[in-house]
Every structure is written in C-alpha cells, then in structure tokens.
Write a protein that binds this ligand. Structure first.
Ligand SMILES: *[C@@H]1O[C@H](CO)[C@@H](O)[C@H](O)[C@H]1NC(C)=O
Ligand SMILES: *[C@@H]1O[C@H](CO)[C@@H](O)[C@H](O)[C@H]1NC(C)=O
Length: 357
C-alpha cells in the first residue's frame, strides 16, 4: 500500500470514528457548549403520558428548572430542528431498535415522547413483552423498539452458576431485519455484589471468577463488532452505537468538593471542556469501532453529556424515594439532545433503507 492510500485509509477511518457531521460544512456536531435557551425544553413530561416515573423529575418534585432550558450548540454549525413528522415519514414502514441497558431505555423513552408531542393525534400503541418494548405509530407503520440487554453478549445459566460469555451473542437473532439499530453497553460491566447478574466469566477456553472489567468489556465489544461485521448488510441496515453515558457521582471530577455528587447541581459545566477527562470505556469502544469492516456510526455523546452534571434525577427519580441517581437523565432533558443528534445523522445521509422506496 502506498503512502497516499495509507493516508486516505487513515482519513477515512478518522471520519468514520468521528462519525456524524453536519451536512453543510462538515463541522463536528459533538463539539460545542451548552447555552441557555428560553424556547427549551422541547416538551413537558405532562405531555408524555407514558413516560417512566424514574425519569419524570418534574412530577417527582425537582424544584430547580434551569436544567430544562439548555440547548446544545455545536461550535461550527447549528443542529437541525426536530421535525417529528419528517422523522416518521423517513422511517415509514420501517423499524428502529435500541438495544442496551437503562441508558438505552432513557433514549428510547425520550424519542417516543418527542414524537408523541410532535404528533399528539397520531395513534400509537405500546406493547411490552419480557425485555422487549414496542412502540408503534400505526398510521406510519413505524416501530420504535427497546430491547433490554445490558451486556450484548450472553449470560447462560449452567450447573455451577451463571456464566457471562464474552464470545457469544445469542440475542443477535432478534436484531436481524431491523432497519436502524442503536446499541449501548457499559454501566453493568461495573456492577459487583448483588447487582452483578453473573457468577463466572467465560473468556475463550477459560472460565474465571472475575477479571478486569474494562478488559472484559473490550473483549465483549469485539464479539459484538464481529457479529455486526458478519451479519449486517449496510444496504439494508444502519447501525449506531450510543457512546458511553457518563455519571456524576464524584464532584471532584468537575472541580468541586470530594464527597459531593450530582445532588443540587442546577447548571451545566460551561464551555466545551470537562475537567474530569476522558472515559476509558469510551476509548475502548472507539478502538473497537475503528477496527470494524462495516460502518457503525458512533453517537459520540460522552463529552457533551459529561458537561451536564445538572441533568440527572438525583433524588427525583424512582418517585424520589430510592436514593440518589446520578447515572440516568431527567426527561425532558439530555437524551432529547442525543435524539436530535440521531435525527441529524438520519437526515444527513439518506438511509440505505430508503433507497428501496
Ligand atoms: C446558527 O444560527 C444562528 C441563529 O439563527 C445564526 O446567526 C448563525 O449564523 C447560524 N450558524 C451557522 C453556522 O449556520
Ligand atoms: C483453547 O483450546 C483449544 C483446544 O483444546 C486449543 O487448541 C487452544 O490453543 C486453546 N486456546 C487457548 C487460548 O488456550
């Protein structure tokens, strides 16, 4: 391979990993800052009758309101306004599936609320079947699904206990035939004790009681990447990955006192730099996606979310009784911006799936 082709491969990969850019001038939509905007929020939770209580901070009594009014402003361009009717028209007759943990649920719920508020008289139905939730806009024939799957790879019950298998993906069968897939995984890789839903990890020939969680995560993401490389036809399916959503459990990371958390945080970090630095899992994820043969578009939302120390339910999630939540996000709130970015991406390139229309 000559120099120039090596350079173009590098440039090409750089574009892939930075993924989604604005159509007009190639600016990076994920670089920017939060600005106060009176026209926000995009909806109120009372307008979204099916919203999860755990995300409904307004109803749960959160007293401060500033967090509702921040808009993401990329440095070099503007984000397209959300148009629910356009979104559903583009997806007419198609299906979209979020696959992941409760951060994925957070984004799915935000998208269903944004679309319902944009088209309040469009008939919809919600069906829940085990770990799968299906939200259907009947008149558009659009299915928006959420498949709960914290690790993406398998957990299998065996005689000695539950085994997390880093190299097997049985759930992949349910992802086939979906037109837009949006994956997410990270938070459950950190759980220990009662919240850890496995007893052993199987890594190739070895079964171990535990291992470095970041190493395990990267191996599992490689298994996921191989599944996509082997099974996805880019002419039929568009694949996204929701970047790692950060938590705010230690205020030292944003330059406040150790021991403090997201509780009573009412303003974002201003500017475009987060003092706490990068999230190692996000770097692993980028490395894996960069090594893939098929195109996966990374919703590179980690930094813009790190700036939103004010966006979590804190004590106003789960009805306000079950402790502090500095991991999920209030709705309306930050995940609405994740969906604006997803919408920009869907608008920017024609969906392969639309070529058949
Ligand atoms: C973004 O929108 C603002 C306000 O409408 C406008 O002044 C500005 O020129 C726009 N910037 C770009 C890059 O389009
Ligand atoms: C796994 O087991 C197979 C078959 O016994 C062996 O050929 C292979 O070298 C082993 N791999 C590792 C990493 O130990």
């Amino acid at each position: 391979m000559g120099w120039s082709s090596s350079i173009s491969v590098v440039l090409f990969l750089t574009l892939l990993i930075h993924g989604i850019r604005s159509a007009e001038n190639g600016c990076n939509l994920f670089e920017g800052s939060w600005v106060y905007d009176d026209s926000y929020p995009l909806y109120h939770s009372s307008m979204c009758p099916f919203i999860e209580p755990a995300f409904d901070c307004e109803k749960n009594g959160r007293p401060d309101k500033f967090y509702l009014n921040y808009r993401w402003q990329p440095t070099g361009c503007n984000i397209t306004r959300f148009n629910g009717e356009d979104f559903l028209t583009r997806l007419r007759g198609k299906s979209l599936m979020f696959v992941g943990d409760s951060l994925s649920l957070n984004q799915w719920q935000s998208l269903t609320c944004m679309l319902h508020v944009a088209l309040p008289s469009a008939p919809y139905s919600i069906v829940r079947n085990g770990g799968l939730s299906i939200f259907t806009f009947k008149s558009y024939g659009v299915k928006l699904m959420f498949s709960r799957n914290a690790f993406l790879v398998d957990i299998v019950g065996e005689k000695n206990g539950r085994v997390l298998k880093l190299d097997s993906i049985g759930a992949g069968e349910t992802w086939k035939g979906v037109d837009v897939l949006i994956f997410d995984s990270w938070h459950w890789w950190l759980h220990t004790g009662r919240k850890q839903p496995w007893d052993f990890i199987q890594d190739g020939n070895q079964t171990v009681r535990d291992m470095d969680r970041l190493v395990a995560y990267e191996k599992a993401m490689k298994t996921w990447a191989k599944w996509v490389d082997d099974n996805v036809n880019p002419a039929e399916t568009r694949v996204f990955f929701q970047g790692v959503s950060p938590d705010h459990e230690n205020a030292e990371k944003w330059g406040e006192h150790a021991g403090e958390t997201c509780l009573r945080e009412s303003r974002p970090v201003l500017g475009s730099k987060y003092p706490g630095g990068e999230v190692p899992a996000e770097l692993s994820l980028q490395k894996v996606i960069r090594s893939m043969k098929k195109t996966v578009e990374l919703l590179d939302l980690t930094t813009l979310s790190q700036l939103r120390k004010d966006g979590h339910p804190s004590i106003y999630g789960n009805g306000g009784h079950r402790g502090l939540d500095c991991s999920h996000w209030c709705l309306p709130g930050l995940p609405d911006t994740w969906n604006l970015l997803l919408y920009s991406a869907l608008m920017q390139k024609s969906l392969p799936i639309l070529h058949s229309n």
